[in-house]
Design a protein. Structure first.
Ligand SMILES: [Fe+2]
Length: 218
């Protein structure tokens, strides 16, 4: 009789293919830098009555300069964080197999966001972009999380149930808890949402989109 291996003895027989990359890294622990950046985002809001007005309809209980001042990467006030986002963005793009030289990786939009209590952001994708992300300027362990959905979810026509537990192959959703100093990046096609902010302390972030695009086309 032939000898057969038992499947349990080879844990490496099942391996992930086509994984979705999410970049999560601490960009800095410098509290002073983050405090100054919070003030800059607040100054941005205070100088943007048009954006504040739009947000009353489009971003309830919060402020984002996405609709009004979404080119802050060109503002000298934000030059230091811009440089760091590009640096981490290039690394992430290269890890995904992209060349970031010609055309270079550039910020196409960058905007400040203040998520106050009761604010949330429904499921969405960032169109016409390669990489999207947020640098969390001010957040703590109870700030609203960002949740990503499995891009294969639409193919799950057959869901028999009976799963014995969550594995990397069955997870439908993956959430990240923001913290001050954390940078999170993901492929722009990945659907995500921001849960309801329950915390009285507003969550402050700088959100951005990156693409491989010539400098003169930015
Ligand atoms: Fe988003």
């Amino acid at each position: 009789m032939a000898k057969f291996v038992t499947p349990e003895n080879n844990k490496k027989a099942v391996f992930p293919v086509f994984p979705v990359p999410i970049y999560i890294n601490r960009l800095t622990d410098d509290r002073e830098f983050n405090q100054e950046l919070v003030q800059k985002v607040e100054t941005l809001r205070n100088s943007d009555p048009e954006g504040v007005e739009i947000c009353k309809k489009e971003y309830r209980n919060g402020y984002t300069s996405f609709f009004s001042l979404n080119q802050i990467q060109k503002d000298a006030e934000f030059s230091e964080i811009t440089e760091q986002i590009l640096r981490h963005g290039r690394f992430f793009a290269q890890t995904m197999g992209f060349s970031t030289e010609n055309p270079p990786l550039n910020l196409t939009t960058m905007f400040g966001t203040i998520t106050s209590k009761g604010c949330h952001h429904e499921l969405h994708r960032h169109r016409n972009s390669l990489i999207s992300g947020t640098y969390y300027v001010s957040a703590n362990k109870t700030s609203s999380r960002i949740s990503f959905l499995d891009p294969k979810a639409g193919f799950r026509m057959h869901e028999p149930g009976g799963q014995t537990g969550q594995t990397i192959f069955s997870n439908l959703e993956f959430s990240v808890q923001p913290q001050s100093g954390l940078i999170v990046m993901f492929p722009s096609f990945l659907e995500h949402r921001v849960e309801m902010q329950q915390n009285d302390i507003p969550r402050v972030g700088i959100t951005f989109n990156l693409d491989l695009i010539r400098d003169e086309d930015c």
